[in-house]
Design a protein around this ligand. Structure first.
Ligand SMILES: C[S@@+](CC[C@H](N)C(=O)[O-])C[C@H]1O[C@@H](n2cnc3c(N)ncnc32)[C@H](O)[C@@H]1O
Length: 255
């Protein structure tokens, strides 16, 4: 665990366990994980983040897991960590995945750290993402918006992690079309999603388009050391994240 990650975790724990007890957060985590797995139709209405308990569970549990998985992915994808000026973080949530890529990229580049533009439709996300980017020493703009139609910075690498599966089919297809175009024009594009079956329908279809544009599709299984609070929540909520899994599309025609 590096210092910035440890500092981020400590701040998350202090902030989200200030008003709620551990049992309240672990109960909310159970409800949140069931919303992701069994009640997916409710996600489009923002059900995942509709209450302090679920927001705390998301920030304290899924945020760090997404950070760790994306860090693993960008370290393994050839060229992904080369320097960048600005990263667009679509459906940024708490900013965890964008922060993971931008910090990994800046570590190998010059002393400058990349800027981030985080976009999310949920009002809670902007402030939380701003705190995450700050914790990693990244300067950032966060704004509320629909990623289906938002204007994106360019040229800039783009990440959309665990967000596209919350979109309606037509909107996701339109956004994926734009992202593949951006990739074909030379921007690095990284899309990360769960391996779970509910993503598979559109994943297999888009895999061909991504590969035809010079991109790649990967599946990931990472064994990582979980921060203590994450491991404790995992156990208390009856989950099992000793192995982190995910799948990605990555386009980087300049590498
Ligand atoms: C599961 S969270 C993932 C957050 C973050 N990318 C991460 O990896 O931790 C999905 C996020 O996407 C956002 N989202 C879903 N559909 C969106 C849309 N059409 N426009 C903007 N944000 C969207 C949700 O509000 C939520 O914050």
């Amino acid at each position: 665990m590096d210092d910035r990650f440890a500092g981020w975790m400590a701040a998350l724990e202090a902030r989200h366990l200030a008003e709620l007890t551990f049992p309240e957060v672990s109960r909310a985590l159970r409800a949140l994980s069931s919303a992701y797995v069994e009640r997916r139709a409710t996600l489009a209405q923002g059900a995942a983040l509709d209450g302090a308990g679920k927001r705390a569970a998301f920030a304290l549990f899924y945020g760090p897991l997404h950070y760790l998985l994306v860090r693993h992915i960008v370290s393994a994808l050839p060229g992904a960590t080369r320097a960048m000026d600005t990263l667009a973080d679509l459906g940024c949530g708490t900013g965890a995945s964008g922060a993971a890529w931008a910090s990994a990229a800046s570590a190998k580049a010059s002393a400058d750290r990349p800027k981030i533009v985080g976009i999310d439709r949920h009002p809670w996300a902007a402030a939380e993402a701003a705190a995450t980017y700050r914790a990693f020493g990244l300067s950032a703009t966060t704004r509320r918006g629909d990623i289906a139609t938002a204007k994106l910075p360019r040229p800039a690498p783009i990440i959309a992690a665990f967000a596209l599966n919350e979109m309606a089919d037509a909107e996701r297809d339109a956004l994926l079309t734009r992202l593949v175009e951006r990739g074909s024009a030379g921007d690095r594009v990284l899309i990360v999603e769960p391996i779970a079956g509910f993503v598979a329908r559109w994943w297999d279809q888009w895999k061909k388009t991504v590969e035809a544009a010079g991109g790649r599709a990967d599946e990931w299984r990472a064994h990582v050391e979980l921060p203590a609070i994450v491991a404790k929540l995992d156990k208390a909520a009856g989950l099992n994240h000793r192995e982190l899994t995910g799948r990605s599309f990555y386009i980087d025609i300049r590498n």
